[in-house]
Design a protein around this ligand. Structure first.
Ligand code: FRU
Length: 495
């Protein structure tokens, strides 16, 4: 019973993906089959495979009528596209199937919960989007929308809360077989809140309580929540809109927030203890997590930021938007740590190592180049020398372009800078993060995949993600020091 709208989308994506050659896409980061991608949705393990759905406009490389694109993988690095799973084709979602999540039902079917959007005319002639939570049930390829949709609407939210900002349900199953979901919403004071709902069977949903309230601390509206246990703590992640910067921790605009605390399962009360950013680079938003069959908590985000989409936003691009690397999460020293999913190590080939390289001025190293690489760097002051003033590594480099990481130990600041990456737009191209180091000793792991760089600092204490559209021939790497640095480098190609 596939609708005409979904049939057309499926036909269109199948025909138009042929316009995109393998080299024009990232090699191991998921990009849309065609057109536009934003948030990861329905990240799940189902029927022996990882499933990742995504916010999807197949018809244009700009945001538009939201469908759910769909891909599967056995290692979260090699993806196979499946036909689009949802299209905006019902009375409750005719203006968009927004973000949501997936669980497996006891009878083996997969249950999707998503936000249905319907535009409503306002008295002033303008339009507002009413948002409700809706279900679809399927077999891993085809999904049938629930005839009783929506299952959560304005009747289910606290008085005064917004029916226009009520979206992005993240479901999970409790040990007793019942289900919960966390949904982003805006409270009467205009500030974000995460609402908790519960269901005995995944279909019949009831309001429980406000799981967390922003009270204007971190941006305004909170989008795309996720809530899960990790290393003896509970973690609430969400993506706030309209953030204000706070030192090096948060930046202006759309950001990411991780609250670590305790959760009392009896009273369903979450007690926040600490807050931090999730990613300290430019492009990362709306992450969602999964518990893998072997018990790892793995997170994928949209490797993009709404405010910087114009870096590459032309109607003639065949695709726009990509997912981040899947990252294994842990809590160490009270902070969220992220490391690239360990399956990535199986893609490593052609190792090149240089140890105790003295860098003073500019150095290039035999065999160290590439745009699909995994590179580990360890820096320290050279023996007998004063603390260096600055260290930089430039990559994706040719005569005119490069992107760089610059570290100033006296300030403990690491900066990623893609100003010279070939962008012709006046948007943010640099971001700085405070990092820990011991007297100038710092560890960096840089992963490049054609159109992106993800930098893992000190074994995952911080991550900085940026997209870059520098031409692929720009594959040079150079190291520069003001002062004298002793450096170990190991670089692998990722194949
Ligand atoms: C976050 C978001 C979600 C919404 C979706 C729409 O990036 O704004 O809140 O569901 O994108 O595409």
């Amino acid at each position: 019973m596939t609708s005409q709208t979904l049939r057309e989308a499926r036909k269109y994506e199948e025909a138009s993906e042929k316009r995109i050659s393998g080299e024009e896409r990232p090699a191991f980061h998921l990009a849309p089959r065609t057109g536009w991608m934003n948030d990861p949705n329905g990240f799940s393990w189902y029927d022996g495979k990882y499933h990742l759905f995504y916010q999807y406009n197949p018809y244009d490389s700009q945001w538009g009528p939201m469908h759910w694109g769909h891909a599967v993988s056995s290692d979260l690095l090699h993806w196979e596209y499946l036909p689009a799973a949802l299209a905006p084709d019902e009375a409750w979602d005719r203006d968009g199937c927004f973000s949501g999540s997936a669980v497996t039902l006891p009878d083996g079917r997969q249950l999707l919960m998503y936000t249905g959007v319907v535009r409503e005319r306002q008295a002033n002639g303008g339009c507002s989007e009413v948002q409700t939570q809706c279900l679809a049930v399927g077999d891993g390829v085809d999904y049938v929308k629930y005839e009783k949709n929506p299952v959560l609407d304005e009747k289910d939210i606290p008085q005064g809360s917004s029916r226009y900002d009520f979206r992005d349900p993240k479901m999970w199953q409790e040990a007793d077989g019942t289900y919960r979901c966390a949904v982003g919403n805006r409270a009467a004071d205009g500030s974000g809140q995460i609402l908790l709902f519960s269901s005995p069977d995944g279909f019949d949903w009831h309001y429980v309580k406000v799981l967390a309230a922003n009270r204007d601390r971190f941006g305004k509206m909170w989008e795309c929540p996720d809530f899960f246990p990790l290393d003896g703590k509970w973690v609430l992640i969400t993506s706030p809109q309209d953030m204000l910067p706070s030192g090096f921790e948060y930046h202006n605009g759309n950001g990411t927030l991780c609250l670590i605390g305790d959760y009392d399962r009896e009273t369903e009360e979450f007690t926040e203890e600490t807050d931090q950013s999730i990613d300290y680079g430019i492009d990362f938003y709306a992450p969602q997590t999964i518990l893998t069959p072997d018990g790892r908590r793995v997170m994928i985000g949209w490797m993009q930021n709404w405010d910087t989409c114009s870096y590459r936003r032309k109607h003639d691009e065949a695709w726009f938007g990509q997912m981040s690397l899947p990252r294994e999460l842990s809590i160490r020293n009270g902070r969220l740590y992220q490391t690239p999913i360990r399956e990535l190590e199986q893609m490593r080939a052609n190792p090149v190592s240089h140890t105790d390289v003295t860098v003073s001025g500019t150095v290039r190293l035999e065999g160290v180049r590439g745009r699909r690489i995994d590179m580990e760097l360890t820096l320290r002051p050279a023996e007998g020398c004063d603390l260096y003033r600055k260290f930089s590594v430039r990559f994706a480099q040719n005569e005119s372009c490069y992107t760089s990481l610059g570290f100033r130990p006296a300030e403990s600041v690491l900066k990623v800078d893609r100003k010279f990456s070939g962008s012709r737009r006046a948007i943010i191209h640099q971001r700085r993060s405070q990092v820990n180091h011991r007297g100038g000793e710092l560890k960096l792991r840089v992963i490049l995949d054609r159109f992106s760089a993800e930098v893992f600092v000190n074994d995952g204490e911080q991550v900085m993600s940026v997209v870059l559209y520098t031409e692929q021939g720009a594959d040079g790497i150079s190291f520069i020091a003001d002062g004298t640095v002793s450096m170990d480098v190991t670089k692998y190609d990722l194949v």
